[in-house]
Design a protein around this ligand. Structure first.
Ligand code: PEP
Ligand code: MN
Length: 351
């Protein structure tokens, strides 16, 4: 249920309600809005709790949450969540652009890519150090050595690092290097991993499993939120259908649907979503037109030699062209992409 505080409720009254909810055996998640505070009370003792809290000073109303996902729902928090990690801003009018290779392969490859994607306008660097591969014989990633390379690329470019964590026992290690923990499609319902990532305090990029419904995606996000971590970015990366011309079917209608049900930002992965380099630019633009809060795109210095997902990776030139197209669409719908560099002098003098 949601405890809606009066606009003029004092911090003491809010604190009192939080304590009361906890004493009654429920978990309290306060959400401090610009107009008023609401407290999501999660747990099974709803009826007892409702009666006690309704008469507390500063409480306006107590209403049940209808959606099965609670903290993720728009009912609890009508204001959009913006996840901010250095220059990477994702949500509301901010478009976050995460780019980089599927896998970290070498320092040379990562540094060249980091410089190129930064120059083209990316606000974060991706690269897998721990790779979930369909075959056990495929390249599994450089593991901690890969994380170290990512840290070098961040130190040089200032781009925050987005990288995948595969198991709960690796969360501490990956979180000690990463700025955003990626939970991949295969692990979307690995509940212990979701809880550990939630407890790490790092922002989490949660990718949709190709066989999961959007409600299941939101319930997976709820595990992270319920661990006290509000910084969750959802990612549509394509689902399994009968179609075999594309690697997955990129379900872009999930973007407006999610926006109508959750305050969490939603980004799109047109690389895995299509599985073909030639389809990425248009689907990136279409995702932005559909209202996506960001993109995650695979970029490689030489896609032909990539150790994973080369067939869907963009070259530096293709990424720069994609960004030019994405910028035009973003501008048309009033979205902003942060820049890492100061505005050029002539642009500033016009203001
Ligand atoms: C990836 O981002 O490289 C990846 C493995 O993605 P997904 O989990 O969506 O398959
Ligand atoms: Mn990949």
């Amino acid at each position: 249920m949601i405890v809606v505080m009066k606009p003029d409720a004092t911090p003491e009254q809010i604190q009192h309600v939080i304590q009361l909810v906890q004493q009654l055996g429920m978990k309290a998640h306060p959400i401090y809005g610009t107009e008023r505070t609401v407290i999501a009370a999660i747990g099974s003792k709803r009826d007892e709790c409702r009666q006690s809290v309704a008469s507390s000073p500063g409480v306006d109303s107590v209403v049940p949450i209808l959606a099965p996902y609670k903290i993720a729902s728009l009912e609890v928090k009508p204001e959009r969540t913006v996840v901010r990690v250095g220059p990477l801003w994702v949500g509301n009018s901010h478009l976050g652009i995460i780019a980089g290779p599927c896998s970290v392969e070498s320092e040379e490859q990562m540094l060249a890519t980091a410089r190129a994607v930064k120059a083209a306008g990316a606000t974060a660097l991706r690269g897998g150090a721990f790779k979930p591969r369909t075959s056990p014989y495929s390249f599994q990633g450089l593991k901690e050595d890969g994380l170290k390379i990512l840290a070098v690329a961040r130190a040089e470019t200032g781009l925050p690092i987005v990288t995948e964590v595969l198991t709960p026992s690796d969360v501490e290690l990956v979180a000690s290097y990463a700025d955003v923990l990626q939970i991949g499609a295969r692990n979307m319902q690995n509940y212990r991993l979701l809880e550990e990532a939630g407890a790490s305090g790092k922002p989490v990029l949660l990718k949709r499993n190709p066989a999961a419904t959007l409600e299941e995606l939101l319930l997976a996000a709820e595990y992270i939120l319920n661990a006290g971590n509000q910084n969750v970015i959802l990612c549509e990366r394509g689902i399994r259908t009968f179609e075999n011309h594309t690697r997955y079917t990129l379900s872009l209608s999930s973007v407006p649907w999610l926006h109508q049900h959750t305050h969490l930002p939603v980004i799109v992965d047109p690389s895995h979503g299509t599985g073909h380099t030639a389809l990425v630019a248009q689907m990136a633009a279409a995702a932005v037109a559909a209202g996506a809060d960001g993109l995650i795109i695979e970029v490689h210095p030489n896609p032909e030699t990539a150790l994973s997902d080369g067939f869907q990776s963009l070259s530096f030139k293709q990424f720069a062209e994609t960004m030019a197209l994405v910028r035009r669409v973003a501008k048309a719908i009033g979205k902003q992409i942060n820049t890492l560099e100061p505005e050029p002098a002539e642009a500033l003098s016009e203001v």
